[in-house]
Design a protein around this ligand. Sequence first.
Ligand code: NAD
Ligand code: MG
Length: 381
Amino acid sequence: MIKKIAILGSTGSIGTQALDLCRRHPDRYRVTALTARGSKEKLFEQVREFRPEMAGLTEGINPAEIPADLKFCRWMSGKEALKAAAAEVDADQVLVSIVGIAGLQSVLDALEAGRQVLLANKEALVTGGHLVTDLAAKTGKPLLPVDSEHSAIFQCLQAAGGNRPEKILLTASGGPFRTWTAEAIAQATPEQALRHPNWSMGAKITIDSASMFNKGLEIMEARWLFDVPAEQIEVVVHPESIVHSAVVFRDGAVLAQLGLPDMRVPIGYAMAYPERLETGVEEPDLFALKSLTFEKPDERKFPALRLAREALKAGGAACTVFNGANEEAVAAFLRKEIPFGEIARRVEEAMDRLAGLPADCLEEILEADRRARDVVRSVPQ
Ligand code: NAD
Ligand code: MG
């Protein structure tokens, strides 16, 4: 059976790798919608190749700019484009691979329309975890994680036979600054932070990997996906990025998923679940690797982990504040307006100032996000 797939954020790192899998398996996938923020030329190329019914740019598209050979496609602009791709265009699966809290509305739209959601956008769970998981439970379709660690945990749980895990071991590469001093990290430049040792990803998540905010966001993501309290999620630094995470059971058994650091494996697993696709990725050569190493994270050098746990404990909108403040601070860092060390400081400031905000509905979540960004913008240097 051919699966129809809509891809939100198709020009990004995850989106292009998903399309690579669609290209490899034309007999299994038909692309029905593609969206991007502003990369017009890249989107044109993708529409030419995959011929979706609908395509859209959230930054807008002038009908006069659409090449003559691409007029067969329905072109849309702005938030309407995301809404149509998530919920209106005919699709079995919706891959949400846009960046940031912008993904929350799309995930809710896709679930409400009864679509199978392939979730790359972790921010939807970080900010609206209870709304998303409640809605997913009603549809009866599991959220299929694309994030490599969460895909690994999900894969390990397939062998759990209903047994609940005692603990989740969430692995982290440690990023480019793992061996740096706290003083050197505080002054790191965007060029240094964008040089990830193992993974090639979009800019925002690459900076988050360097600060370990990504791992903080992933603790929150795991808490919602697997309904496990934060105390049972342990971060394990594993610089080789071969073990993508593991699950511990009460009998002392640990199940882990291993593979090369290539996102086509978790993307393909979500796309074909419960089957497995040929992805073009080789198995890791254990003889060449020889050893795999593990260490405890240094929470003094990477305050993001402590802040994430504090946010989870506080509840309400604290995780949304953590996320929104970080998004805003990362953008300022990439514009070279603030030093690297200032990212965590501003997030902590926002969490302190906005303690106790509610997050019961989408409006409250979006309000907390706005206020967190305002705090980050207003903190004096
Ligand atoms: P990216 O920056 O490479 O691509 C993002 C895509 O979404 C692009 O097509 C862009 O045009 C579009 N986009 C960005 N912001 C948007 C907005 N506000 N509204 C609409 N469209 C927007 O990002 P990425 O690295 O592919 O990451 C996508 C998501 O997947 C993120 O949530 C990230 O945390 C998650 N993720 C990525 C990786 C990875 O390897 N890249 C791994 C795990 C999780
Ligand atoms: Mg990850």
